[in-house]
Ligand binder design. Structure first.
Ligand code: HEC
Length: 131
């Protein structure tokens, strides 16, 4: 699905979620959606933890465990400044045809790719230390 379509379907979802918020009965639904981050089309916190793990392990296998580059280029904020978050999300979803960068569409949805793109551009979170 082209990224623009993915976005507009995301927007219409947010719009319909906003519609839920109208009226007193809606307020409760809205609060629940807001608490899980679902309203903004953002992955919930459990999924965010899984995404952080996936990026560090899977993306890290090509982009380096510290994301400073390996087979693939560095994914540190300073390296991604020349790209918009949209560009980064598009590379994640569709890959770079003709290069080893694979498409992740099917593994990640558009919201998840955008979330990862935003995190990468501002400094990707570390995984919490495990006991
Ligand atoms: C099989 C190896 C491989 C894996 C796995 C991989 N990448 Fe890549 N990635 C590459 C290569 C190689 C390039 C450079 C492509 C090119 O020449 O333009 C790239 C390019 C990119 C770029 C563009 C960087 C730039 O400066 O232009 C981004 C962003 C990116 N990858 C993110 C990711 C993310 C996020 C993941 C995990 C979801 C991931 N990649 C997984 C190999 C990989």
């Amino acid at each position: 699905m082209p990224i623009s379509r993915a976005w507009s379907s995301g927007f219409s979802r947010v719009r319909s979620e906003l519609r839920l918020c109208r009226g007193v009965r809606g307020l409760l639904l809205c609060a629940v959606a807001g608490a899980t981050g679902a309203m903004a089309g953002m992955p919930d916190t459990t999924r965010q933890a899984a995404l952080v793990h996936m990026v560090r392990e899977d993306c890290g296998s090509c982009h380096g465990l510290t994301l400073r580059g390996g087979l693939g280029p560095s994914l540190l904020p300073v390296s991604l400044q020349r790209l918009t978050a949209e560009d980064v999300a598009a590379v994640i979803l569709h890959g770079r045809p003709g290069t080893p960068m694979p498409p992740f569409l099917g593994i990640l949805d558009a919201d998840e790719a955008h979330w990862i793109a935003h995190q990468l551009r501002q400094g990707f979170p570390q995984e919490p230390a495990r006991p």
